[in-house]
Design a protein around this ligand. Structure first.
Ligand code: IFM
Length: 469
């Protein structure tokens, strides 16, 4: 491997359990390209990105990382990195160009081959069924505002498990329902670009119902299926101890976090927020809450940053804090706190961090290397705080970096790079960044070297836990 980042000899290291799942994640629309190949139908992101003024620099996912045509070499790259697992999503309109009805076998064949290649490389597939690219045909009947779509989603899940379930054990039904409802149907910054708060609340409910129905569909064909959902969780902190700031932080978390976690793990919506929404609250059918709150095999946590809230409900910048290219504060200790807080609040199944990573401006050196120290530190510090949370008793089983490679970052197009592999979008050349080499070594060594103070911190977390017992 070129540009090897070797670990210094150190007496101390942050180590993870031998069976910890080390992975990286991507999503279909962000990497595949081939937007009309082999009978694929149009998705809402194909439609949205082709509209003027929706995406930075007029970018689209038409080609993206051309992963559809480069899948085999991309899997070889994952193997070179030593990944133990790969989280990818399936493009629903590749399988059902019309959203439902007849199956496009050529689309299925792509994912069949991908799964086979992964298994040959000893990489465990984690499959996300919905990472935002709804078939456009379903948008034409109202998209997620139409309850019928939840049944089409379950039918799609059933077809996928029938074809891949003999080789895939781990399934994520839906990625980040909060983002879909909030940006797709409330602010309109993402596909399908609708701005209607009441509708967005109905959409959020339908996404949870769809999750429930798909969970049943996945399990009915395969009793050993491990099913979870990935939530975008952004904890909040008040700007000061002033009760008005404290209240703003509490209510933001309730609307963005509890609104999505309570139904799944408590079988009801938070009553305070339900009352606040009044006539905007969603229509809920009698069996919905039990459908939504079926036991899960794992919870996927997608964590990037926290929000510091002012009493006016604004997100504040914290002087002296470091920020990523997305304008997100770098707060690894808030991940540790989040993991502890949700583990106390809910009776949770095991957790996978299904996304964590950072966009920074990357430059290739003349020698063609990418020295992304900022990203490397970001990943190291988040792994460290994950490990401390584990020591404090949180059951984290694995970690998926966002992202395997630079890709189409939604409304930001190709302007934000999250990958541990650099992609030259003109030539499609892949270059493993320094963070990628580092991560590869972490996987091979089950952890990374550190200093004595860090070890003391971890030991202290462990002893606090013993005392609490
Ligand atoms: O790129 C996205 C991903 O698709 C969903 N979670 C957040 C990432 C970074 O914004």
């Amino acid at each position: 491997m070129p540009n090897n980042v070797s670990f210094p000899n150190s007496q101390y290291s942050v180590t993870f359990p031998r069976n910890f799942v080390w992975g990286a994640a991507t999503a279909a629309y962000q990497i595949e390209g081939a937007w009309l190949a082999d009978g694929k139908g149009e998705s809402i992101w194909d439609r949205f990105s082709h509209m003027d003024g929706t995406i930075a620099n007029g970018d689209t996912g038409d080609v993206a990382c051309d992963h559809y045509n480069r899948m085999e070499s991309d899997v070889a790259l994952m193997k070179e990195l030593g990944l133990k697992a790969y989280r990818f999503s399936i493009s629903w309109p590749r399988i059902f160009p019309e959203g439902f009805g007849s199956v496009n076998l050529a689309g299925l064949d792509f994912y069949n081959r991908l799964v086979d290649k992964l298994l040959e490389a000893n990489i465990q597939p984690f499959v996300t069924l919905y990472h935002w690219d709804l078939p456009q045909k379903l948008q034409e009947i109202g998209g997620w505002t139409n309850r019928e779509v939840t049944s089409h989603f379950a039918d799609y899940a059933a077809v996928i498990t029938k074809h891949l379930g003999d080789r895939v054990s781990n399934w994520i039904t839906i990625n980040e329902p909060w983002v879909v409802a909030n940006y797709g149907y409330k602010s309109g910054e993402m596909a399908p670009g609708i701005k209607d708060e009441k509708l967005s609340l109905q959409v959020a409910h339908h996404l949870l119902v769809a999750h429930g129905k798909a969970t049943q569909a996945l399990r009915s064909d395969n009793s050993s299926a491990q099913v979870g959902i990935s939530h975008f969780l952004r904890p909040t902190a008040p700007a000061s101890r002033d009760p008005r700031d404290v209240e703003a932080a509490r209510s933001t978390w309730s609307r963005d976090g509890r609104w999505f976690l309570d139904p799944i793990f408590k079988a009801y919506y938070p009553p305070d927020i339900w009352n606040e929404y009044g006539t905007r609250a969603p229509r809920v059918k009698p069996r919905d809450m039990s459908l939504i709150s079926q036991n899960l095999d794992f919870l996927g946590v997608n964590y990037y940053t926290r929000n510091v809230m002012s009493r006016e409900g604004q997100v504040l910048k914290v002087p002296g804090s470091k920020y990523t290219e997305m304008g997100w504060e770098v707060t690894p200790d808030a991940l540790q706190k989040l993991l502890l807080d949700i583990s106390k609040e809910y009776k949770l199944p095991p957790i996978y961090i299904t996304e964590n990573g950072a966009a920074f401006e990357d430059q290739l050196t003349e020698a063609g290397e990418c020295e992304d120290e900022d990203r490397l530190s970001y990943i190291r510090d988040h792994l460290l705080h994950t490990r401390i949370a584990m020591e404090q008793g949180v059951d984290v089983r694995g970690y998926f970096l966002w992202s395997l490679m630079d890709n189409f970052e939604w409304a930001y197009g190709f302007s934000k790079r999250f990958g541990i592999v650099h992609v030259d979008f003109k030539t499609q050349k892949r270059t493993i960044k320094k963070s990628g080499h580092w991560y590869s070594n972490v996987i091979r060594n089950f952890g990374f070297p550190t200093e004595k103070q860090v070890m003391d911190k971890i030991a202290m977390a462990g002893s606090d836990r013993t005392e609490r017992k």
